[in-house]
Design a binder for this molecule. Structure first.
Ligand SMILES: Cc1cc2nc3c(=O)[nH]c(=O)nc-3n(C[C@H](O)[C@H](O)[C@H](O)COP(=O)(O)OP(=O)(O)OC[C@H]3O[C@@H](n4cnc5c(N)ncnc54)[C@H](O)[C@@H]3O)c2cc1C
Length: 404
């Protein structure tokens, strides 16, 4: 098939690679003029790594990754451990692939380079989607069935299938499903990346440390072979609602506000804030959507954040997007008709992705409990619940899971 993909983020590029590997002709339409090295840390469980392995990208990605030993939830002031889960060798043996930390830009570059090598003309930059027209519902392209993508500069492209991988503010979703206004959650995430050489030598073990406090939390981990360290600092407040109302999304923000937000927190958190380049602190407003029941038509399908954006509290949005592409590729392989394949793709993904959306929202409430005593108690109990459910994310293999 000829497959048109709107959006060249992690979801769009990984889907393009899966579908290209399965023998389809893919074209990716990305509105940006260049792929800038945007974003910060991405945690990537065994479930995402299974797909990278399928695409032959394991070694290229491993060279840029960090494999943490464990995740530790810690009291924001004392740093005492409230709950711990292993992510090192034992995790890898149990789930068949490692748990990785990656810079989004590194992961994106691996995808982009692979696609350019395998399908040199597949990527169209400066190509902003405007709308599509879907013709006919038969599977017979000769009979005039197909989909036409129109860009804002007037160019048109024809294909058999159009995939909307254009993120949380998806225009494809708007056309497919009607209204598409993501809801501002009142959470804002600081994202800061600093060279490890700017931190004290004994700054932190090779772990993910998640410091939890009233109305906010801070996640710290290493990236790029431990050359970089990453802070995600999520702050929730009623005032933010007013400040971020409107279309804002990512803002370069004053370092002094970051410092003030985490005043009094543990020295490990202070150290990375102090090492941050003062003009390189970014705040991301966190939006989400309620789970969407239908995200496909006969020739159009959504993928990644366009279909099921979630808060980052399970660190799984990109992993869900990467899984989507592989499942879509398998559903097309398995079904004779494209409309059946798209329904199989959606049905196979709905339960998992909507659970990630729901649980991610709930995790925010747990992280941010106001009372220290209650929060610490809740986290100790959470450790037990989390252990009982720990295989939910990494125990899924998109290469082999039954589609239904
Ligand atoms: C603070 C924070 C921390 C996170 N941490 C993690 C983590 O640890 N692990 C994890 O798995 N996920 C994490 N995520 C989530 C993850 O970043 C996203 O879920 C993932 O990047 C979504 O990928 P996507 O390709 O679906 O969408 P996007 O990355 O949004 O890509 C969409 C692309 O479409 C393009 N586009 C948009 N509109 C148009 C148009 N009209 N025409 C053409 N192109 C268009 C955009 O320019 C963009 O390139 C985090 C997110 C945040 C905010």
């Amino acid at each position: 098939m000829k497959i048109l993909i709107v959006g060249g983020g992690l979801g769009g590029l990984s889907a393009a690679l899966c579908l290209q590997q399965a023998g389809h002709e893919v074209q990716v339409f990305e509105q940006s003029k260049v792929f800038a090295p945007v974003g910060a840390g991405i945690q990537s469980g065994a479930n995402a790594v299974h797909v990278l392995r399928h695409l032959g990208l394991f070694d290229a990605t491993a060279a840029l990754a960090v494999q943490p030993e464990r995740v530790e939830f810690r009291d924001c002031k004392t740093g005492s451990a409230l709950a711990t889960m292993p992510l090192g060798q034992g995790y890898q043996e149990k789930y068949g692939e490692p748990y990785w930390h990656l810079h989004r830009a590194d992961m994106h570059t691996v995808f982009e380079q692979a696609l350019r090598e395998r399908a040199p003309d597949a990527i169209h930059l400066n190509a902003q989607f405007e709308r599509y027209t879907e013709h006919g519902d038969s599977n017979d392209v000769e009979a005039g069935a197909g989909v036409v993508l129109r860009l804002t500069d007037g160019r048109e492209f024809e294909g058999d299938l159009l995939i909307g991988a254009d993120g949380i503010r998806s225009k494809v979703r708007q056309q497919l499903c009607g209204s598409n206004t993501p809801k501002f959650t009142g959470h804002v995430a600081w994202r800061v990346v600093v060279p490890t050489s700017h931190l004290p030598n004994d700054w932190m073990d090779k772990i993910v440390a998640n410091y939890v406090g009233p109305n906010q939390h801070a996640v710290l981990y290493y990236l790029r072979n431990q050359q970089l360290a990453n802070l995600v600092g999520v702050v929730e407040s009623a005032d933010q609602n007013k400040q971020w109302a409107g279309d804002s999304w990512v803002r370069n923000s004053p370092w002094a506000e970051l410092k003030a937000d985490f005043a009094g927190w543990h020295p490990t958190v202070q150290a990375i804030i102090d090492a941050a380049e003062k003009d390189q602190c970014y705040r991301w407003a966190l939006y989400d959507h309620a789970p969407l029941k239908n995200w496909v038509s006969n020739r159009v399908a959504l993928l990644g954040d366009a279909a099921h954006a979630s808060l980052p509290f399970m660190a799984s949005g990109a992993a869900m997007a990467v899984e989507d592409g592989r499942i879509l590729d398998r559903a097309i392989e398995q079904e004779e008709s494209l409309p059946d394949a798209l329904r199989l793709y959606q049905n196979s993904r709905f339960e998992r992705t909507s659970k990630v959306q729901r649980v991610s929202s709930k995790m925010g409430s747990l992280y941010h409990v106001k009372s220290t005593v209650l929060r610490n108690l809740a986290f100790r109990a959470f450790g037990t619940v989390a252990k009982a459910n720990e295989s939910f994310l990494p125990g899924y293999n998109a290469n082999t899971v039954e589609l239904k």
